[in-house]
Design a protein around this ligand. Structure first.
Ligand SMILES: *Cc1c(COP(=O)(O)O)cnc(C)c1O
Length: 469
């Protein structure tokens, strides 16, 4: 007990620590309050540690100069931007945690063009009258999808919530039990419906839903037949789902709205690139679905956005709902989305210019050459690691096409000393950060989502980190 009290008494006062050199040096760059706060927190955590573990806390750690050094380290980290660039060596192209789709150079220019100054965001230059922000993308979207009208919001979760509540509040929407999707975090179809005040009428079973299940569930309070694309899982085996085109007559006979949440929303058929064949947005429009929602930053390859296309009368109703204002798209996103959509006017241009589409289309032989080059560069350094060129697979990610594996290559790194997890951490905390995959205690560096102009830097970082460890 007395040991603890002695240790606690040796803890220095905050002012004493602040006078130490490492913190004095930071006083030009950070407010005094920030420095004091860091010291205060650190002393509090040391006090806690002493009370919990007693004499095990080494007395050197309680010296003012050592506390100051640790606090200064925290403060220097605070000076770094928190949101920063990452080199994605995971082989997952639309990695939700790493920001999904990288933007095209056209989008970067478009953002630059409107970000620094003023723009005609909601202003008609011809008439000098107030305009609509959606107008910048609506005709592009109707042209590219064949729909009558379109609306864009902050993200697809918002698009689904908005469309459901604007069209079905207080009434029922019929959904197959096989399509009650949860998409990462808090987006679950039943909960989104509840939040939107729409009554969920589940039909069928997890693996099989028939047309007659929908027909039998229709009643005078039904407003919507909802199809949800099971983007991030597949039900395989003894299954049955009813495609939207078969639901169309049921919707028409009963005057119901047929809505489909597509999730990813392909504008082009990418099945030629090793991706699963999924209905494209134009095909779903053509099948007669009234309202379709999809993301801007999944397979479309643009910024985070939610896109709603469909029947003009319904889009108008959605646009007038107060939530539309709350979920409205911001001008930088709108600039990025417009430029992304413009590329699709010529499909070969979209394939050449949109980073994600280029990555899907990457030739496996070329990927092998890139990995071989990296392998040879690392081998030449005689590093303390076993290095191999291995076959690997890349994935779409972003909760899309969960079964799709794109055949690929990777460089496997096995450190001779130390743990693979520590090596992975050193790479993550490097600047710029490198995120690779750890699989069966081996570090895999997959180059599919690494840009060509990042390759030399990535090689250098790997060499530096492996030499230091
Ligand atoms: C991804 C996804 C969403 C959510 O879209 P965000 O743009 O991430 O908000 C909703 N529904 C489906 C089917 C999805 O795949």
């Amino acid at each position: 007990m007395s040991g603890k009290q002695d240790l606690l008494r040796t803890l220095p006062a905050i002012d004493r620590v602040l006078r130490e050199e490492p913190l004095r040096n930071l006083s030009q760059q950070l407010p005094q309050d920030t420095l004091s706060h860091a010291v205060q927190e650190l002393i509090a955590s040391l006090r806690q540690e002493i009370l919990e573990t007693g004499q095990i806390v080494p007395p050197e750690r309680l010296l003012a100069k050592n506390i100051a050094a640790v606090a200064a380290q925290y403060c220097r980290e605070f000076l770094q931007p928190s949101l920063r660039k990452v080199i994605n060596a995971t082989g997952t192209l639309l990695h939700t945690n790493l920001g999904r789709a990288p933007l095209s150079s056209q989008s970067l220019r478009a953002i630059n063009n409107v970000a620094a100054g003023y723009s005609n965001l909601e202003f008609e230059l011809d008439s000098g009258c107030r305009g609509e922000r959606f107008s910048h993308v609506e005709s592009l979207l109707t042209q590219l999808t064949g729909a009558e009208a379109a609306l864009v919001v902050n993200n697809n979760s918002g698009a689904v919530l908005l469309a459901l509540t604007a069209l079905g509040k207080g009434r029922e929407a019929i959904v197959s039990r096989g399509e009650l999707v949860e998409i990462g975090g808090a987006f679950r179809i039943p909960e989104v419906m509840e939040a939107g005040g729409v009554i969920l009428r589940e039909v069928g079973s997890s693996n099989r839903t028939h047309l007659h299940d929908y027909q039998q569930a229709v009643n005078e309070n039904t407003a919507i037949l909802l199809k949800v694309h099971t983007s991030n899982y597949r039900i395989v085996g003894f299954t049955k789902e009813v495609p939207a085109r078969e639901l169309l007559p049921v919707a028409q006979e009963n005057n119901l709205i047929l809505m489909e949440d597509l999730g990813s929303g392909l504008l082009l058929d990418l099945s030629g690139y090793g991706l699963e064949r999924e209905p494209t947005v134009p095909e779903v429009v053509k099948a007669g679905v009234d309202v379709i929602t999809f993301s801007g930053d999944k397979l479309l390859g643009g910024p985070q956005a939610g896109i709603i296309v469909g029947r003009a009368d319904l889009i108008k109703k959605i646009r007038k709902h107060p939530l539309a204002r709350a979920l409205r798209i911001d001008k930088l996103t709108l600039a990025a989305l417009e430029s992304t959509l413009r590329l699709y006017l010529q499909p070969e241009q979209a394939l050449q210019e949109l980073p994600v589409l280029k990555m899907f289309a990457a030739d496996p032989e070329q990927q092998k050459q890139r990995c071989l080059h990296l392998f040879e560069r690392l081998e030449a350094e005689s590093l303390a690691a076993e290095i191999k060129l291995i076959e690997d697979v890349s994935r779409v990610g972003g909760g899309a096409m969960p079964l799709t594996e794109l055949s690929d290559w990777a460089v496997e790194i096995n450190p001779l000393q130390g743990r693979t997890a520590d090596l992975a951490k050193q790479l993550r905390t490097f600047s710029p950060a490198v995120v690779a995959r750890v699989q069966n205690d081996r570090l895999l560096v997959n180059l599919r989502a690494v840009f060509e102009d990042e390759e030399a830097l990535l090689t250098q970082i790997l060499i530096t980190v492996l030499k230091a460890s």
